[in-house]
Design a protein around this ligand. Structure first.
Ligand SMILES: [Zn+2]
Ligand SMILES: [Zn+2]
Length: 769
């Protein structure tokens, strides 16, 4: 990035202030799962023939769109293996044989022979079909949905090349194997392609948790005869429910806000509502919190500080402590064995990655997905905390030894395991393969490896010491007043040599018999309000409450941030978020009812794990229940539309006021009339600082690109300008002075220039040699 670019001011033209956030599309408002976009075949804007909807629920509309067999059918001689992402296709092709890579329409696929069979391995690129509403429906509620090819939406037009290739390869094949990620999303992706592109009722299924040669070979040799129908139907049900909720509630909210004459896209989803309510409730708890004073009583003897175990809330009770002059000391020693932490499931990984490296839960999911596709770790979307023998952990530990000598410490025969399990996958573990990685991926990879090694490492052992002082003074229950001091020494580091862990070591001498108390001290304290959630603690509570799935939770949190309902790393609900929940609570509380959301999750789980055959009936039942609830909500909304609109508008206005305050910095030093403000330019797609007296005052300052700019608490020591903070994804926030006339800024440019020259010289030198 050119540092100079944002420091030098130049004659920047001011663009009209625009809303920072781009308008959301209906698809964005309703999509929870974001299918990844590896290597978009972007230039392929070929609109192609527009397809009709393909219906939903497979069986119901089976055959609704038969391919006209204009082209004479080629010989069907291949077995077609379908993966979710291009990288997985490559891994599978190379695991099964010596493939030939072919490219068509910029999309690659592989051809190989194995056991006399001709095999094609080709991939989707996430979802190739999306739900959309059947055209012609007006207002809300609307319930008619259909699966349509994703390429029909402009943002997903790059999927067309994949769609076309799969259709072509499908015509040459007589056996179909779904090898997408083994989870509900993967099953929906595979099933949709099998029924809508290949025109098949079913397919075989490859199930695997790592993209390694041995496991992929094993998986191919042990094909499942059918897709996992439970996952397929549960997945489709989830898509439909989220869609119906998303579109109808968003329409209801927008219709209400329009009655107030304002316009802003507001939305709320099936899980988003209850999730937002949790944060708003916490915010109100903090707001209404009245701190209570209390005292902590400390005693000093032999140079050691002792604490009275109870906090004292009644000041009068402090009196009796003042007379304490001596006590009987007793030292108790114990040895404590501390087991290694359990293997990583996704939530625990997200929590730990945030705790040790500050990586957000969605950032962790992304990086983990990448590591999985590289074959370095097992499938990350798992709730399991177990390491089954079939994983052959000892072999993996051996492989890890080369780069992680700590692996030699893994002496435990059986790993320590957690309670949670997952029918589809084991916990997250490294495969033993290596590759050069980027910063965040490497941090995450190291954390996963260390966790894996440590579950096979010995306990840590500490020597704990506790000295109890018993006095002759009695408390209000008639028991002697006591004081404690605790010491800790680490005897054996065990697994803590491998995985990060903080011990607070504290040396204490032995103390026994009668001792003199040198001083009694009262420390003034106040009860503290409950803490705000962090991204990591928020996914933990959503999991505990059974809201969302392991995969969607971090995405839901991101959505709530993007909609302007939440802010900060210590998560705060914005005025808009609070008002939205307050309004819904008053007028349509069912939208934010977490019990209802959880019940639906349970019903979808029931479909997923059902052993019965009538899954489609179950799907219909869940959906028709949801339709009834949405109908009720819509009725309620329509009656109270004006009131709801008025209340939401209040929230919006506060939100806008706060946003403007947050973006206003200081009085303009040039014209001394206007205020300097952070402005986002939609034209250049970056923020800059401009004067509110524009066009009379044309003062501007440039700002770093690709980052969120916020006010900081600090003032520049050199020039006295308030400092700003630049926040970039995956980077530490950086505080800087934006005043282009400030000495610190000039120095920064010089240093940058020097660095640039040095790099230039080095490059020149390398070329010369
Ligand atoms: Zn000005
Ligand atoms: Zn300065």
């Amino acid at each position: 990035m050119a540092l100079k670019e944002f420091i030098n001011v130049g004659d920047a033209r001011i663009t009209v202030e625009k809303e920072v956030k781009p308008k959301l599309t209906i698809a964005e408002l309703t999509t929870i799962e974001q299918p990844g976009r590896p290597v978009p075949a972007s230039q392929l804007e070929n609109e192609g023939e527009k397809r009709k909807g393909v219906g939903r629920g497979g069986a119901r509309k089976e055959g609704a769109r038969k391919e006209p067999s204009r082209i004479s059918s080629p010989k069907r001689e291949y077995t077609l293996i379908l993966t979710e992402k291009p990288q997985a296709a490559q891994k599978i092709a190379f695991a099964l044989g010596n493939p030939q890579k072919r490219i068509e329409g910029r999309v690659s696929y592989f051809e190989l022979e194995k056991g006399g069979k001709k095999i094609l391995v080709a991939s989707a690129v996430g979802h190739l079909f999306n739900l959309s509403y059947v055209k012609g429906q007006r207002g809300y509620p609307m319930f008619k949905l259909e699966w349509n090819p994703s390429y029909e939406t402009k943002a997903m037009s790059y999927t067309k090349a994949y769609y076309d290739l799969l259709k072509k390869l499908g015509r040459k094949s007589n056996e179909f194997i779904i090898a997408t990620d083994y989870d509900i999303e993967g099953e929906v992706i595979g099933w949709n392609i099998v029924r809508f592109i290949f025109g098949q009722k079913s397919a075989k299924r490859m199930k695997y948790s790592t993209l390694t040669k041995p496991e992929l070979e094993k998986s191919y040799d042990n094909l499942m005869a059918e897709p996992d129908w439970g996952m397929a139907y549960a997945g489709e049900t989830r898509h439909i429910l989220d869609w119906l909720y998303g579109i109808n509630l968003s329409r209801a909210l927008m219709s209400a806000i329009k009655t107030s004459g304002s316009f802003k896209i507001l939305s709320i989803g099936r899980v988003q509502g209850p999730a937002l309510k949790i944060i708003v409730d916490r915010e109100l708890e903090i707001e209404n919190f009245k701190p209570e004073p209390f005292w902590q009583v400390l005693a000093y003897s032999n140079g050691i500080e002792f604490k009275h175990p109870k906090d004292i809330f009644d000041k009068k009770l402090l009196e009796k402590f003042k007379s304490i002059k001596e006590a009987i000391a007793e030292t108790k020693k114990t040895e404590e064995h501390i087991q290694p932490p359990v293997p990583f499931d996704l939530t625990t990984l997200q929590r730990e990655a945030y705790r040790w490296h500050g990586i957000s839960p969605s950032g962790t999911l992304q990086a983990a997905q990448k590591l999985y596709l590289d074959g370095l770790i097992s499938y990350p979307r798992t709730s399991s905390q177990q390491i089954p023998d079939s994983v052959e952990p000892k072999k993996i530990l051996k492989l890890l030894e080369k780069n992680f000598p700590q692996a030699k410490l893994a002496t435990r025969a059986k790993p320590i395991e957690g309670k949670k399990s997952d029918p589809a996958h084991p916990s997250i573990f490294p495969t033993g393969e290596f590759k050069v990685l980027t910063e965040n991926e490497l941090k995450l990879y190291n954390l996963i490896v260390k966790r894996f090694i440590s579950v096979f490492a010995p306990d840590a052992v500490t020597a704990n010491k506790r000295i109890v002082l018993t006095t002759e003074v009695l408390d209000e229950e008639g028991k002697p007043v006591i004081f404690n001091a605790n010491g800790l020494n680490v005897l054996e580091k065990g697994w803590t040599q491998i995985y990060p862990h903080k011990f607070e070591e504290f040396e204490l001498p032995d103390l026994n018999g009668k001792v003199k108390i040198d001083e009694i001290k009262f420390e003034d304290k106040e009860t503290q309000p409950p803490k705000r959630f962090t991204p990591a603690s928020l996914i933990t509570i959503l999991e505990k409450k059974g809201l969302g799935t392991k995969t969607t939770r971090s995405i839901i949190i991101d959505i709530l941030f993007n909609r302007g309902y939440l802010e900060g790393n210590s998560i705060k609900a914005t005025a808009l978020g609070i008002q939205l929940i307050r309004t819904l609570e008053k007028h349509s509380s069912i939208i934010i009812d977490e019990n209802l959301t959880r019940k639906m999750e349970d019903e979808m789980d029931a479909i997923q794990f059902s052993k019965e055959k009538n899954l489609l009936d179950k799907e219909k039942e869940v959906i028709s229940k949801a339709e009834k609830i949405i109908t009720d909500i819509s009725k309620e909304f329509k009656i109270k539309e004006m009131v709801i609109g008025k209340e939401l508008l209040e929230g919006l206005q506060t939100h806008r006021r706060v946003e403007q305050e947050n973006n206003t910095i200081i009085k303009c030093p040039t014209c001394k009339e206007g205020m300097l403000r952070i402005i986002y330019s939609g034209k250049t797609k970056r923020s800059f600082i401009g004067c509110s007296a524009y066009p009379n005052c044309k003062q501007t300052y440039t700002l770093p690109p690709n980052s969120l700019i916020k006010k900081s608490e600090k003032t520049c020591v050199e020039c006295g300008f308030p400092m700003l903070m630049s926040i970039r994804k995956g980077k530490r926030p950086w505080e800087f002075c934006f005043n282009s006339n400030c000495p610190t800024v000039k120095k920064r440019i010089e240093e940058w220039q020097k660095k640039k020259d040095a790099v230039g010289e080095k490059a020149a030198g390398e070329k010369a040699s």
